[in-house]
Write a protein that binds this ligand. Structure first.
Ligand code: CU
Length: 521
């Protein structure tokens, strides 16, 4: 039985225990302080304070096995919401309540959940088994009902095992009823590194990675080529159903060295391979809002639209002081919004898999011309590349000046050798999630110092809050922490509950680079 099935069985066990699992958490053991419960009155009170429209948007998400048609005849057996990947976009207006019923029809008795990535929602709807709910068992339903009061570009995915690296993800757009930007069109662009059903499954990948580099074998262990060679063509290379998933020698100066752990045969833009890309059609002079989402598990993308500069307007849903760039770097779990005024012709929207010698691509067509080659490398990719640390929060979302009440050092540990990714020396134990809580109190201004002691970069994601990078930097919920660097972020503890803080590399997180940020009772 692999680790995921073991976990599913465990979670199913918790489910059968009914509410007692959560109750046991809230009592905790004597070594941990009393913590607020996700189902407690403080969480309900916080939800009541959110300004609502009174409207409820109801929907159903069926998680089940599906065949993803990736274009160019490539088909992949995977798990998806409602039979498509990315899943159907959900769209609400700020203040609306979303009532989304998850129906778990996954194969193999797999338990699952839905996490609403980036949304500062009520804690008991955050979708993190076993912390905020028991996992939704096979054949069961669970309705996520929460008020989404903050406009922005979000997405959703399971928070169980490495299910994120299946096809189980989709955009969640919260529109601003008083949208300050003006644009003619809006395109949601979801990036993903894909292997499920092509070279293996995410569970197989994790089983190999967790053995560390000592687990390598044969020629794959000797592969220092940086993974897939050549252009992002339709033909997969590397991997194989028998293992060899680990990627060696992927280097990126932008990421401070080692770029990733996993070989992916494809990099998808809106679920399509570069050889058969999505084509966005418009007219010259039209102003477009791009909403970019990195739903990948192990790949940062450098994104550019050939022949255009981008004006960055938001990251992780929150507005920034507008910045003109040629390209941007987007880690797993990050989002960027950009405005662009379209020129006349046919242009590649390229997502370079940073350090992996591969790319995803979509096409923008406003005039005549041939579709770009799949290995096109627009010059913008090597122009001014915006990193989040150089952005500034827009005035209306900058955190007000306030004394810092609490500082937590968040040391990131581990190595590829042992694949022992951890936070503050502790590998997160899903059986005992409150063992080493990072505690805060409601009303505190909190500073987290992400201290990366490792030789890899980590996109650090905090649930339920949008922190600010440094003083005056952008508001974000996921930020790239480069190797051997320290990044300080600030947030106001205004959303009581128990929240995950973790690396959004799906494999690092599952290996243990997760921690619990918990409000004291
Ligand atoms: Cu990581």
């Amino acid at each position: 039985m692999n680790s995921i099935n073991r976990r599913s069985a465990l979670l199913a066990g918790l489910g059968m225990a009914g509410g007692s699992a959560l109750a046991a958490c809230s009592n905790g053991s004597s070594r941990t302080p009393a913590l607020l419960s996700p189902s407690g009155s403080a969480v309900a009170a916080a939800e009541k304070r959110r300004a609502g429209t009174g409207r409820t948007r109801e929907t159903t998400l069926i998680a089940a096995a599906a065949t993803a048609e990736l274009g160019a005849g490539v088909k992949a057996r995977t798990w998806a919401f409602d039979g498509q990947t990315p899943g159907r976009e959900l769209r609400v207006s700020a203040g609306d309540t979303l009532a989304a019923t998850l129906s778990n029809q996954l194969p193999g008795r797999a338990a699952t959940s839905v996490h609403w990535h980036g949304v500062a929602l009520r804690n008991d709807m955050d979708g993190v088994p076993p912390v905020t709910q028991t996992a939704v068992r096979a054949g069961k339903n669970f309705t996520y009902r929460f008020l989404a009061d903050r406009p922005g570009t979000y997405f959703f995915h399971p928070h169980v095992g490495v299910q994120l690296d299946r096809g189980l993800y989709a955009p969640l757009i919260v529109e601003d009823p008083k949208e300050p930007l003006s644009y003619d069109e809006e395109w949601v662009v979801v990036l993903d590194d894909w292997l499920d059903g092509v070279t293996g499954t995410p569970d197989q990948v994790f089983a190999e990675l967790r053995q560390g580099m000592g687990g390598m074998h044969g020629m794959d262990g000797m592969d220092m080529s940086g993974g897939m060679n050549g252009s992002p063509s339709a033909s997969p290379s590397g991997g194989g159903m028998s293992g060899g998933f680990m990627l060696m020698g992927a280097r990126s100066p932008l990421l401070g060295g080692d770029a990733g752990d996993v070989k992916y045969p494809y990099h998808l833009v809106n679920g399509r391979v570069p050889a058969d890309p999505q084509v966005f059609r418009s007219k010259p002079g039209k102003r477009v809002r791009l909403r970019l989402i990195n739903a990948g598990s192990d790949t940062a993308y450098r994104v550019a639209l050939g022949g255009h500069r981008l004006t960055l307007t938001h990251t992780d849903g929150f507005p920034v002081a507008h910045q003109q760039v040629d390209a941007l770097l987007i880690g797993m779990g990050e989002r960027y919004d950009a405005l662009v005024t379209l020129a006349d012709g046919v242009f590649p929207l390229v997502a370079l898999a940073e350090g992996k010698n591969a790319a995803g691509m979509a096409v923008v067509r406003t005039g005549s011309g041939a579709v770009p080659e799949t290995n096109v490398h627009p010059g913008e990719l090597d122009g001014l590349i915006m990193a989040a640390s150089r952005l500034r929060a827009a005035d209306d979302v900058r955190l007000p000046s306030k004394k810092t009440d609490r500082v937590h050092r968040i040391e990131l540990n581990g190595s590829m050798m042992a694949y022992d990714w951890a936070v503050n020396g502790e590998r997160f134990d899903v059986n005992d999630p409150a063992a080493h809580p990072i505690t805060v109190e409601e009303g505190q201004r909190v500073r987290l110092d992400f201290v990366n002691t490792t030789t890899m970069w980590h996109p650090m994601h905090l649930h339920g809050h949008t922190y600010q990078l440094g003083t005056g930097g952008p508001r974000k919920d996921t930020t790239i922490v480069l190797p051997k660097r320290t990044v300080s972020v600030f947030f106001d503890a205004d959303n009581p509950g128990r929240w995950m803080l973790h690396c959004h590399n799906a494999y690092h997180g599952e290996a243990g680079m997760m921690a619990l940020v918990a409000y004291r009772a």
